[in-house]
Design a protein around this ligand. Structure first.
Ligand code: NDP
Length: 445
């Protein structure tokens, strides 16, 4: 395999999908050497079969708003690869959603799910519908219309969606209710469900907690801990909130959180009480992060900017893709940042990754450090199959074990001759090998 040629071919065949090209390029450039040690992979055309999704569903979603007007959005499900288990990956509702973004997310998900050690393939779905500013009734009608199409193509042993940006407990509840109504079947077809109807304890916390467990393992390789460290967090949604909670529990100080309009910086730190305020503001009132600075006047609100130019020891990007660019990376390094651990999917641009790696910073890609969410989704599937529920302690212990195991695998496959751990390479090689072996064993389709 020549990674450059494969990428050029994909760009020609699937133009206008820059995020998909970016994700594929990152993986191919790091697995090329390992791949080429196995000539049988190339003979079986493995790389093309792994880069191109198994199938993609695109559908129209028409729903009625509160004024009685009909609105039309586009819905998608990208079923990328099911070599090691049923398709599994979140649903994103955001105005920016398009096919290229979902293809990148489904591709990444395949390697991430492989890293978790659980039997899950990779998928992703969503719509260009944004729940922002919509009433509960509008969100419900949209979810019902979306599921009216999607239900035919998913199932507990076939494809199991979950939440992502814009899809939290409320949306998963409406989607699950609609699936149950259309199919007359109560199954574990979605994860991230409410606790009363099959959801797992610790699922809401899992991505944020897992990211910080991974950060702790990275710091431990340097004999360091989170205690007393200052931390910049972007986002104020599910991942950011629980990353902040775990940082606080482990003795760190959270200085920033953000949303798509800007960020807040609190020099005194966002403590437990202030984090509760953010959780209520975001989850209950669906408010904006700028309101924090009105509630706590010692904090500042910076409109239209990202938090990366503030001084801190650690950065946790937990909002969205490509939110941390080269300029921001240089500022973080100049300000003495020692670790960047991704809670979001692909938040760091390729140029920024190079800055971190050249500076020998501890840097981990989301497919390794944010795998806690899908891991606990996998544990939710197990509990649904058993028709049992496990305690929070049991689930948290399994989550911790999985994150430490992913970290070990990254160190195993990513340690360079000078001892620097290239977590990008480690995660990609470890994730790829398992999927590749499973595909080889199952014949060519
Ligand atoms: P939420 O919708 O709960 O929160 C997203 C947060 O990011 C919000 O604060 C949102 O602000 C902000 N945001 C969204 N888009 C942008 C943008 N274009 N620029 C700046 N800020 C933005 O989503 P999650 O917390 O669930 O997801 C965050 C990231 O983590 C995503 O990359 C997701 O793919 C990834 N992830 C999530 C998992 C999960 O279990 N939920 C699992 C693994 C990865 P606003 O309110 O203004 O939109």
């Amino acid at each position: 395999m020549n990674a450059k040629n494969v990428l050029e071919d994909l760009k020609r065949r699937f133009p206008n999908e820059p995020e998909y090209h970016q994700a594929v390029e990152e993986v191919l450039s790091t697995i090329e050497e390992e791949y080429n040690k196995h000539p049988e992979f190339d003979k079986a055309g493995l790389i093309e079969r792994l880069c191109i999704p198994d199938r993609i569903y695109t559908f129209r979603v028409t729903w009625m708003d509160d004024n009685g007007n009909y609105q039309t959005n586009t819905g998608y499900r990208v079923q990328h690869n099911n070599a090691i288990g049923p398709y599994k990956g979140g649903i994103r509702f955001h105005s920016s959603v398009n096919l290229g973004i979902l293809k990148f997310l489904a591709f990444e998900q395949t390697f991430k799910n492989s890293l978790t050690t659980l039997p899950m393939g990779g998928a992703k779905g969503g719509s260009d519908f944004s729940p922002r500013g919509k009433s509960n009734a509008e969100v419900m009608r949209f979810c019902q219309a979306f599921m009216l199409e999607l239900h035919r193509n998913i199932g507990a042993d076939c494809d199991v969606p979950a939440g992502d940006i814009g899809v939290g407990g409320r949306e998963v509840g409406y989607l699950f209710g609609a699936y149950k109504k259309y199919t007359r079947e109560f199954s574990g077809v979605l994860t991230g469900k409410g606790r009363e109807f099959g959801g797992s304890l610790i699922r809401p916390e899992a991505t944020g907690y897992g990211t910080v467990y991974f950060l702790r393992a990275m710091l431990a390789t340097k004999g360091d801990t989170i205690e007393g460290k200052t931390v910049l967090i972007s986002g104020a949604g599910n991942v950011a909130q629980y990353a902040a909670e775990k940082v606080l529990q482990l003795g760190g100080k959270v200085l920033t959180m953000s949303d798509s309009d800007g960020y807040i910086y609190d020099p005194d730190g966002i403590d437990r009480e202030k984090l509760d305020y953010i959780m209520e503001l975001k989850n209950l009132y669906r408010g904006r992060i700028r309101e924090y600075a009105e509630e706590y006047p010692t904090a500042k609100y910076v409109a239209g900017q990202k938090p990366w130019f503030e001084k801190a020891d650690i950065a946790l990007p937990c909002a969205t893709q490509n939110e941390l660019n080269e300029e921001a990376a240089k500022a973080l390094v100049a300000n003495g940042c020692i670790a960047v651990c991704e809670g979001a999917n692909m938040p760091t641009t390729p140029e920024a990754i190079r800055v971190f790696q050249e500076a020998k910073l501890l840097y981990s890609p989301g497919k390794a450090s944010n795998a806690g969410g899908v891991s606990v989704s996998g544990l939710e599937m197990s509990q649904n199959s058993e028709r049992l529920s496990w305690t929070a302690e049991e689930v948290d212990a399994k989550l911790l074990w999985i994150m430490e195991n992913i970290h070990e695998n990254c160190v195993k496959y990513g340690t360079e001759p000078d001892g620097y751990v290239n977590y990008v390479k480690g995660a990609n090689v470890a994730g790829f090998m398992k999927v590749a072996k499973a595909m080889m064993a199952q014949g060519v389709f």
